[in-house]
Design a protein around this ligand. Structure first.
Ligand SMILES: [Zn+2]
Length: 110
């Protein structure tokens, strides 16, 4: 949440309020990731040459993994720190706490 408050010449207070939501995931697919396995099969995030294997939950060793769809070699797709992503909310303009329009706020700040 971000609020910017302006003190106007007539003593009134104009607040511009915007609630932005940070929806950045922890990691994302690294587009630079390239892996060539021992049989020469090239894997990238978009190559569709590898398969995500996820064991049933009742298996003792519940560790998902990825493998080459051609030769079965395990593949380790790389991730990177995610780019910051936000959902931007509408902006509210408050004059001494009362809601006003953007046009009214722009006129007061002009
Ligand atoms: Zn392979």
């Amino acid at each position: 949440m971000a609020t910017v408050t302006y003190r106007l010449k007539n003593g009134q207070t104009l607040s511009v309020v915007r609630n932005d939501y940070d929806i950045t995931p922890a990691t994302e697919a690294d587009p630079a990731w390239v892996f060539t396995d021992k049989k020469g099969h090239v894997h990238t995030w978009t190559s569709r040459t590898w398969i995500h294997y996820e064991p049933d939950e009742d298996v003792d060793d519940w560790t998902p993994y990825y493998y080459c769809s051609l030769c079965g070699e395990h593949v380790h797709p790389q991730t990177r720190a995610a780019q910051r992503q936000f959902i931007y909310s509408p902006t509210l303009y408050l004059l001494d706490g009362e809601s006003i329009t953007k046009e009214q706020a722009d006129a007061l700040l002009a």
